[in-house]
Design a protein around this ligand. Structure first.
Ligand SMILES: Nc1nc2c(c(=O)[nH]1)N[C@H]1C(S)=C(S)[C@@H](COP(=O)(O)O)O[C@H]1N2
Ligand SMILES: [Mo]
Length: 162
């Protein structure tokens, strides 16, 4: 019976959520405790693949832009399901080697998103893209503290699930 359960789990992770191969520039590499991979032990993504994941929007001011903006990008919940994550910590690394570890529960509870677009326009590296963590600061003033500013990492290129 135990073997049967393991087999079903394997079936679901490999057939239901099969990861395709990127055809464009790789913008994100995920490694660590994930069950779905498409390059060795990692999962790699181009912009097109990220756009196919269900999207989520946050409208807010941030300390990094003037005025209120609409940020949209792949929904963390759907993304973590797609990866088949087996950890509870999210370690993110940026182009400048800035790195931050975020408890997964808190990330989801506070409604953070992986923004790829600002006001409908793809975020380029010079505009803090291709991926930036955005918290809904306007909805929840308690987020306006150093902890969450520090977790608002931009130019994200790598994720490790621990
Ligand atoms: N890519 C990247 N994101 C980053 C940082 C960084 O150095 N690189 N610093 C973080 C920290 S510690 C804080 S407090 C805020 C600081 O933003 P500021 O440099 O505009 O004050 O951004 C966060 N996001
Ligand atoms: Mo900071």
């Amino acid at each position: 019976m135990k073997n049967f359960v393991v087999y079903i789990g394997l079936l679901f992770s490999t057939t239901l959520f099969a990861l395709e191969q990127p055809t464009e520039r790789i913008v994100l590499t995920v490694s660590g405790l994930i069950t779905n991979t498409n390059r060795g032990d990692s999962a790699i993504f181009d912009r097109k693949m990220l756009a196919q994941i269900p999207q989520k929007t946050v409208v807010t001011h941030t300390p990094w832009s003037e005025g209120k903006h609409t940020y949209s990008g792949f929904n963390p919940k759907d993304f973590f399901a797609l990866l088949g994550i087996k950890g509870d910590k999210l370690s993110l690394t940026a182009l400048n080697d800035y790195t931050i570890e975020i408890p997964m529960n808190d990330f989801l509870k506070e409604g953070a998103i992986f923004a790829t677009h600002m006001d409908g326009i793809p975020m380029t590296i010079r505009n803090k893209g291709p991926i930036m963590v955005i918290y809904p600061f306007d909805d929840n003033p308690k987020l306006k503290v150093e902890t969450y500013f520090g977790r608002s990492i931009w130019q994200v290129t790598e994720m490790t699930i621990r």
